[in-house]
Design a binder for this molecule. Structure first.
Ligand code: 5GP
Ligand code: ZN
Length: 112
């Protein structure tokens, strides 16, 4: 697959599809989820295409820990450092975009 042509998040990273960007650096972007499941629902996405978190962990563990650091800084700003960090991995677990992304849910008290 030509990732830049076919992948939704590669298109957002390339600026071909608009997003509400809340953080960006050389390796990583974070933008609001289009269907928020919490008061603050941000997707943290490496700019390099990996299919899922397992692939990312094998190939670039530094980027994975960088994403966790970005999640913390978003939650520090939005909700005194409290947050949920979710990686849906595989279609049967609810993954619908096969470019690794962390869901950060924060900004309000979460139900169990
Ligand atoms: P997944 O289901 O793969 O874990 O998460 C994909 C997420 O991407 C979903 O929560 C969905 O709402 C979000 N999403 C899908 N299309 C778009 C889009 O065009 N823009 C943004 N900002 N989020 C999207
Ligand atoms: Zn991609």
């Amino acid at each position: 697959m030509s990732e830049a042509n076919e992948c939704l998040f590669c298109k957002i990273i390339a600026g071909e599809i608009p997003s509400n960007t809340v953080y960006e650096d050389d390796s990583t972007i974070a933008f609001s989820d289009i269907h928020p499941k919490a008061k603050v629902h941000v997707l943290i996405v490496p700019k390099k295409h990996y299919a899922n978190v397992a692939e990312l962990a094998e190939q670039d563990s530094h980027e994975l820990s960088h994403m966790v650091g970005i999640a913390k800084s978003i939650a520090d700003k939005e909700f005194h450092g409290a947050y949920r960090l979710i990686f849906n991995t595989g279609e049967d677990a609810g993954q619908s975009v096969f470019h690794v992304h962390a869901h950060v849910l924060t900004g309000e008290v979460m139900a169990e």
